[in-house]
Design a binder for this molecule. Structure first.
Ligand code: NAD
Length: 478
């Protein structure tokens, strides 16, 4: 618990013995008075309870060694102490003061804390916290200029459109979901029901609430109700001509001050705006997949986007429970712009002889939830290749490789990742019906054709440096 710093719910804390009792908020005063009375009468021996905390821990040498060794094994496997010094310092402090009385133990702990608080990691984590606060503050400031949003609409009921509709509805916002295919509408509604059903199963939502949420999504094949909507989010296929035609069409059907937002990943907002009569009402609103899980939303400012349009979209993202960041209209916007140099560095490592599964392991230990090969498998190699092309065109000086990389090669060999069961890894369904990655010899055979003949080996730190520096340098440029 100390190593992760994860907060615990009261009942869990009770089970763990962290607290002696819990009471409902309404009963707090009565329970407190009752407790004091029990202490006064002697029914509760509070001095004995306190004494336990003033004396050394009651574990013999062997038990202590076992406890610390297993804790270290568990924690260091997840958090390399060089990278994350605080958990290691916390264990070291406990090991040092476990046999001391509390007054002395506190001194050891204070010295350990001072050390942990002065590491570059601590400084970065504090920076991260403050930046997070700043982003939220900026979102609030934007929201002052926002139009009211009482109803939204989404065009496209695919992976993203369905996710956006679900997210809006689950935060209380009525939303129209339009597609050109009724089976897509069924799929979108099915996905929303599945997500809500899971919440009901876990006791986090009542069936009535689930019904209410679902009824906020209005699936449709026509533009019947669009005259009333305050904002339309376009999430149709990633094709500039289709998007421009769809946006132009919907602009003619909505009220004059309705905001139009595109969820495009790779097309310029300024370019899409050229098709519109009121480009000032148009912005980018880039959600990430899966929408209900990913907190960030990029709000993209096109050349002609008005402050009101930006503000309204920011307010909508906040209302949907997301963290909006306003970014400029450039290839990759913010997230993909810093991510693709990382993929590029990964590709170059593979070309020079690194093993992708090893790179994944190193980067996962470094701190990413998944390594680059696994990530590209989840995103889809088709999406990855398309993104890389857009980035190469946008930033040819540094994102246009002069060789064919592993990602492109696998894509050409119809290995699209998780979506078709083969990418860098092979995917098999586990007992719960979830795709599980396994090694695939065929990938290694294929990669031989793009790997340099004078294969190099790389230290773990070199792998981290080469991928993360590419990422960091682009971040600095942004
Ligand atoms: N999938 C992702 O990981 C992801 C992430 C971020 C952004 N995006 C972007 O979101 C957009 C949608 O992507 P997706 O993955 O949901 O695609 P998808 O293929 O799953 O869904 C697209 C949907 O649009 C519908 N459609 C096509 N023409 C239409 C029209 N004229 N009117 C209404 N609906 C129409 C299709 O029937 C389909 O249901 C794309 O611009 C994509 O780049 C995707």
């Amino acid at each position: 618990m100390i190593a992760t710093g994860t907060p615990k719910k009261p009942l869990d804390a009770l089970k763990l013995g962290l607290v002696d009792a819990t009471v409902a908020a309404d009963d707090l005063q009565d329970a407190a008075i009752d407790l004091v009375k029990k202490c006064i009468s002697g029914e509760l021996d509070w001095k004995a309870k306190r004494e336990e905390k003033l004396v050394p821990v009651k574990l013999n040498q062997l038990e202590q060694a076992m406890a610390f060794n297993s804790a270290k094994g568990m924690i260091f496997a997840k958090a390399n102490p060089k990278q994350y010094p605080a958990p290691a310092l916390a264990i070291a402090a406990m090991e040092k003061h476990v046999n001391l009385p509390r007054d002395k133990a506190i001194e050891v702990e204070a010295a350990g804390f001072a050390k942990a608080a002065k590491t570059p990691q601590a400084e970065s984590l504090v920076g991260l916290f403050l930046s997070d606060q700043l982003v939220k503050k900026l979102a609030k400031q934007h929201s002052k200029k926002a139009h009211e949003i009482n109803e939204a609409a989404v065009l496209g009921a695919g992976i993203m459109g369905g996710g956006i509709a679900y997210q809006a509805a689950s935060k209380g916002l009525p939303i129209i979901m339009k597609d050109i295919k009724s089976e897509q509408l069924d799929l979108g509604m099915g996905e929303a029901s599945k997500l809500l059903g899971k919440m009901v199963d876990r006791g986090k939502m009542t069936p009535t609430k689930m019904g209410e949420t679902l009824s906020r999504i209005r699936p449709t094949l026509n533009y019947g109700d669009f005259a009333e909507t305050d904002i339309v989010i376009e999430a149709v296929v990633e094709n500039p001509n289709v998007k421009r035609a769809v946006l132009k069409e919907v602009e003619g059907l909505v009220k004059d001050d309705c905001i139009l937002a595109s969820n495009t990943s790779t097309i310029s907002i300024t370019f899409l705006a050229e098709a519109l009569e009121r480009p000032e009402n148009f912005v980018g609103m880039h959600f990430f997949n899966p929408v209900h899980r990913m907190p960030l939303v990029e709000v993209i400012r096109g050349e002609k986007s008005s402050e009101e349009a930006i503000a309204t979209t920011v307010a909508l993202a906040s209302k949907m429970g997301k963290v909006p960041v306003v970014v400029n209209d450039c290839p990759g916007f913010l997230v993909n712009r810093v991510l693709f140099p990382y993929f590029g560095a990964f590709d170059l490592l593979l070309k020079q002889g690194a093993d992708f599964a090893h790179v994944d392991k190193v980067m996962e230990k470094f701190g990413w939830p998944m390594g680059p090969a696994y990530l590209i498998d989840v995103v889809g190699l088709d999406t990855g290749v398309h993104g890389a092309e857009v980035m190469a065109e946008g930033f040819p000086d540094r994102m246009k490789p002069d060789y064919k990389g592993a990602i492109e090669l696998l894509y050409e060999n119809k290995r699209l990742g998780q979506k078709n069961g083969v990418g860098f890894y092979k995917y098999e369904m586990d007992k719960r019906g979830k795709p599980k990655k396994v090694a695939d010899e065929a990938t290694y055979e294929l990669l031989k054709t793009t790997t340099d003949s004078d294969k190099q080996t790389f230290e773990d730190q070199a792998i981290i440096d080469r991928t993360m520096l590419a990422f960091c340098n682009e971040t600095v440029r942004c």
